[in-house]
Design a protein around this ligand. Structure first.
Ligand SMILES: [Ca+2]
Length: 222
């Protein structure tokens, strides 16, 4: 069953990477000599230190959830479990402010799983950046099959004109304004592990203001 694309209802422009092509492009770009050494910008991405450095997305007053550690991990001995979600945006968040740069390309990988018995057979998830206020950009998407670990694996380029003074990465399900009408579909628990965002860490002086990415037209409001 296809999930209807509801993002347009709030004027949101998706910036979903074309995974295969852009991943290849990201690898090529990362190998270019002008780039700084690649670094994983996510701290405790495997949740082996529990939920340290992570919190629940609180971009909207109605966002709320419980974040705990589970031994049901994709790798290592622990992963993060998010329960009691109240909005589609209720999910694990890490603040990457000061780490990401406008105009830069990053490779994002993560593992995600949901297994609520009453949930749908498949479900789309997003890795999304909150740039502060009402500005959100979907970065990478994956459609998971219930009960199986799915992998986020794609690249995203932050538009050259994007203000990144606030940049908070989180994981969510596709937006709807009334998720409580079908919580099994919109507000399922999920488990997250092995989150990684690799790119050039600042201070990389390279800037290409005249050439914004055609694949990532930026952010919108919610
Ligand atoms: Ca882990």
């Amino acid at each position: 069953m296809e999930q209807p694309q509801r993002r347009a209802t709030r004027g949101r422009v998706a910036a979903i990477a074309s995974v295969g092509v852009l991943l290849a492009a990201g690898i090529v770009a990362g190998a270019a000599p002008v780039q700084a050494a690649e670094t994983d910008l996510v701290v405790n991405g495997g949740f082996e230190q529990g939920t340290a450095n992570w919190f629940v997305n609180n971009g909207n007053a109605s966002d709320s959830a419980a974040l705990s550690v589970t031994s049901d991990a994709y790798s290592g001995s622990s992963a993060a479990l998010v329960t009691n979600r109240t909005t589609t945006g209720s999910g694990p968040m890490q603040d990457l402010s000061g780490k990401v740069q406008a105009g830069q390309t990053y490779v994002l990988t993560a593992r995600i799983k949901y297994e609520n018995p009453s949930g749908p057979a498949t479900k789309q998830f997003f890795a999304t950046m909150h740039y502060g206020a009402a500005t959100y950009t979907n970065l990478v998407s994956v459609t998971a099959t219930k009960g199986q670990w799915a992998q986020f694996n794609g690249t995203f380029t932050i538009p050259a004109e994007q203000n990144v003074s606030t940049a908070r990465l989180f994981f969510e399900t596709p937006w709807t304004s009334t998720p409580s009408t079908d919580p099994d579909l919109h507000l399922m628990d999920f488990t997250l592990d092995d989150v990684s965002v690799v790119g050039a860490a600042p201070p990389a002086a390279r800037r290409r203001p005249s050439r914004s990415s055609a694949s990532c037209r930026g952010s919108t409001t919610r």
